[in-house]
Design a protein around this ligand. Structure first.
Ligand SMILES: Nc1ncnc2c1ncn2[C@@H]1O[C@H](COP(=O)(O)OP(=O)(O)OP(=O)(O)O)[C@@H](O)[C@H]1O
Length: 252
């Protein structure tokens, strides 16, 4: 899905803070972009703008040619086509991996789907895809396990499959590789990149960002670099963030 931001600003007046500052950006259909920046640079806020969750104070945003802030219908259209993977583990505890994955498409469940799911089944329209995804990501033996019994890496795969189940046109991933070792992170990036969706992934980690064909860098809500790689000037610009005052994070 194509993303267009035109002079987008987001203010949080209660904190007298400008989180995104006149940001213009265009991401074409199928592009895979790493969004980098130090803590507080505005990365998550930008993803929330694209999800229709934080209205810009000024500027225009369109996703797939629709403005998520124009009507509930536009927002619902966008949400149905967007997969979100967050940093924190937001799976529903006490229920199976299978049910957590199915919840990725709960907005489209019909009454008969609810009955099937409540009885522990899989609605027929999901059976093939769920099995295929579970095999592809090596968790087919874990589908019946309560997510509480899974390791961090396994839970992370469940969250990934939940985002992929509805075949999203847009994947937004917010620091979803933090806490993973570099090898596991590379596998997750590979899985995200092979999903065929437009992909926007936020990260602090330049090693992660370098696995993407395009890197967009933010500092204090402003765009400081956009291209296939970050030159040393742009890297230094991001380092100069207050959070990095004690020295850059080790992963950089
Ligand atoms: N709902 C909110 N109300 C007030 N301030 C907010 C809100 N959400 C974010 N902020 C502030 O906006 C700034 C940008 O935050 P954001 O979460 O977008 O940064 P980030 O680049 O994702 O940082 P991190 O890498 O630490 O997650 C921060 O100073 C943050 O405290």
């Amino acid at each position: 899905m194509e993303i267009r931001l035109d002079q987008v600003t987001v203010d949080f007046p209660a904190r007298a803070l400008r989180a995104v500052d006149q940001l213009s950006l265009r991401i074409d259909v199928g592009e895979q972009v790493a969004l980098v920046g130090g803590s507080g640079a505005g990365k998550t806020t930008l993803l929330r703008v694209l999800l229709g969750a934080v209205a810009p104070t000024a500027g225009l945003v369109t996703v797939g040619g629709r403005d998520p802030y124009r009507s509930r219908a536009e927002l619902a259209w966008l949400r149905r086509r967007t997969g979100l993977i967050r940093q924190r583990d937001d799976l529903v505890r006490g229920v199976s991996a299978r049910l957590n994955i199915l919840m990725g498409d709960a907005g489209r469940w019909r009454l008969r789907d609810w009955f099937t799911i409540v009885r522990g089944g899989i609605p027929h329209q999901y059976r093939r895809r769920l099995r295929h995804l579970a095999q592809q990501h090596g968790i087919e033996q874990l589908l019946d396990a309560p997510v509480d019994q899974l390791s961090g890496g396994q839970r992370q795969r469940v969250a990934l499959l939940r985002a992929l189940l509805p075949t999203p046109a847009l994947l937004l991933a917010d620091e979803c590789t933090s806490g993973l070792d570099p090898e596991r992170a590379a596998v997750v990036i590979g899985q995200l990149r092979s999903a065929g969706a437009t992909l926007l992934l936020t990260t602090h980690d330049l090693q992660i960002a370098r696995q993407f064909p395009r890197i967009v860098a933010l500092r204090d809500g402003r765009l400081v670099a956009d291209g296939p790689s970050l030159d040393s000037a742009a890297t230094a610009e991001i380092y100069r963030s207050p959070v990095a005052a004690d020295g850059p994070p080790t992963s950089w």
